[in-house]
Design a protein around this ligand. Structure first.
Ligand code: IDP
Ligand code: MG
Length: 136
């Protein structure tokens, strides 16, 4: 059984020149990047992507930020457990609590600008892949 996830380097990560580092970590871990694109997310796509947070006080700020500049989107596959393993590589939502060696733990300090997104489950992965990569 294989599993696929939607992974995205956020505008802060792209602006900081972390694309190569993050892509490299994913590849060296042994996961396969089956699609990748650099694009600036449209506002309606961002509102849909983060729809689960639409009632949160930080929603407006979150949508503003994620649409503020180019992101790098990837469809990543690997064996069963890949979605969770990618989340473990990312670190916790608040980078100040992320372990060293994780992407957020190595490259971020603010929850609002935490460098990377990864789907949190099978359903969200399929939803996000369909939203951002219609043909994957
Ligand atoms: P996740 O990205 O680790 O899955 P979520 O809880 O799904 O975290 O939140 C989505 C994104 O919203 C986070 O990555 C973070 O950038 C932002 N966010 C979450 N909580 C807060 C907050 O309390 N203030 C500002 N931004 C937040
Ligand atoms: Mg999330």
């Amino acid at each position: 059984m294989s599993e696929r996830s939607f992974v995205m380097i956020k505008p802060d990560g792209v602006a900081a020149g972390l694309t190569g580092e993050i892509v490299s970590r994913i590849e060296r871990r042994g996961f396969e990047i089956i699609a990748m694109k650099k694009t600036t997310m449209a506002r309606d796509a961002a509102e849909s992507h983060y729809g689960e947070h639409s009632e949160k006080p930080f929603f407006g700020e979150l949508v503003d930020f994620i649409t503020s500049g180019p992101v790098v989107m990837m469809a990543v596959t690997g064996p069963e457990g890949t979605i969770a393993a990618l989340r473990a590589m990312m670190g916790t939502t608040n980078p100040m609590e992320s372990a060293p060696g994780t992407i957020r733990g190595d490259f971020a300090t603010e929850t609002g600008q935490n460098v990377i997104h990864g789907s949190d489950g099978l359903e969200s992965a399929e939803r996000e892949l369909e939203l951002h990569f219609t043909k994957v």
